[in-house]
Design a protein around this ligand. Structure first.
Ligand code: IPM
Ligand code: MG
Length: 353
């Protein structure tokens, strides 16, 4: 098993360090894992002028899996778009064809009180968001800003091809088949042609999965339903832009964006694993970050890329044990509880493992 470690910027390095601490426990038991680090995002730009250097991309391509921290920071926001840290994660997704993004939102019983929603609304929540990652307005052309000052035009293109829609819908149906057998396809077909095509194809494919109940929902309604009655959902499948927004929203149902892992898979199961949160420059380097989304992303790596469901389950159990022991980073600490540091949480998970 060869894993590329791309820590990135902000809190990326400190949370990845805790995941590696957990990985080291498995290595000490004799698990054959090879790791190699490379610079990515702002850190790579600072060192080489390129947020996704060729060496980093080559390492990602030659590894079985990528563990990715986070990229970005305010000091890079005025750079030309192709030099910005975000270009690195978008480039990796695109170049490696990591099209299927799985973002599970589960509420750990220990954390039902940490959500800003009432515990009775979120307890027992178990949603899987399947987000398309290589198409949509993120990559559509033409795009740009043109015209003279005072009369400028900004434009992007929402673009989806039939094969792109088909493959992610198949992932959605298969994911639902392996879980609660309910698939909600989210679009904006009352306004957008890409969404009309999406819905038509979903209907076309549905008979191949007669054991899965397919429903459709408009994205604005879905945003509302997620806070009104989130437990109505089993699997949500949606495009790149809507999935970006809905998964941030869903993370808060679980108590904190610091809890949500993700897997981004290609057609053969190779994957990039990253927390859905960003680089959080405001708290970087202070030991405040929650490493659990990163550690849970590593659990997903063992489940999806390496087929080691046993190890994935052990890591998840160790996370729950650390939570059950009362450890809380600041983002999930309820009033009156003293928050622990990033490394304390990582150490507790490693020990429990
Ligand atoms: C995410 C992030 C990225 C995205 C950014 C960093 C480009 O928000 O993974 O959700 O928009 O996809
Ligand atoms: Mg996002």
């Amino acid at each position: 098993m060869k894993i590329a470690l791309l820590a990135g910027d902000g809190i990326g390095p400190e949370i990845l360090r805790e995941a590696v601490r957990v990985l080291d426990v498995l290595r000490s038991e004799g698990l054959g894992v090879e790791t190699e680090e490379a610079l990515v995002g702002g850190a790579a730009y600072d060192a080489s002028g390129d947020p996704l250097p060729k060496a980093t991309l080559d390492l990602a391509k030659s590894s079985d899996a990528v563990l990715f921290g986070a990229v970005g920071g305010p000091q890079y926001d005025t750079l030309p778009r192709d030099k910005r840290p975000e270009k690195a994660i978008l480039g990796l997704r695109h170049e490696c064809d990591f099209f299927a993004n799985l973002r599970p939102a589960n509420v750990f019983p220990e954390l039902a009180d940490a959500s800003t929603l009432k515990a009775e609304v979120v307890s027992g929540l178990d949603i899987m968001i399947v987000r398309e990652l290589t198409g949509d307005i993120y990559f559509g052309k033409p795009r740009g800003i043109s015209g003279p000052k005072g009369d400028r035009v900004g434009f992007n293109t929402m673009h989806y091809t039939e094969p792109q829609i088909r493959r992610i819908l198949h992932t959605g149906f298969k994911t639902a088949r392996a879980r609660g057998k309910r698939l909600c396809s989210v679009d904006k077909m009352n306004v957008l042609e890409t969404s009309q095509l999406w819905r038509d194809i979903a209907e076309e494919i549905a008979p191949e999965y007669s054991d899965v109940a397919l429903s459709h929902m408009l994205v604005d309604n879905c945003a509302m339903q997620l806070v009104r009655n989130p437990r109505q959902f089993d699997v949500i499948v949606t495009g790149n832009l809507f999935g970006d927004i809905l998964s941030d929203e869903a993370s808060m149902l679980t108590g904190s964006i610091g809890m949500l892992p993700s897997a981004s898979l290609d057609a053969r199961g190779k994957g990039l694993y990253e927390p859905i949160h960003g680089s959080a420059p405001d708290i970087a380097g202070r030991g405040l970050a929650n490493p659990l989304a990163m550690i849970l992303s590593m659990a997903m790596m063992f489940r999806y890329t390496f087929g080691r469901i046993d190890i994935a389950a052990r890591i998840e159990k160790a996370v729950r044990a650390a939570l059950a022991a009362g450890l809380r980073t600041a983002d999930i600490a309820v009033k009156g509880i003293k928050p622990c540091a990033t490394a304390e949480m990582g150490t507790a998970v490693a020990k429990a493992l």
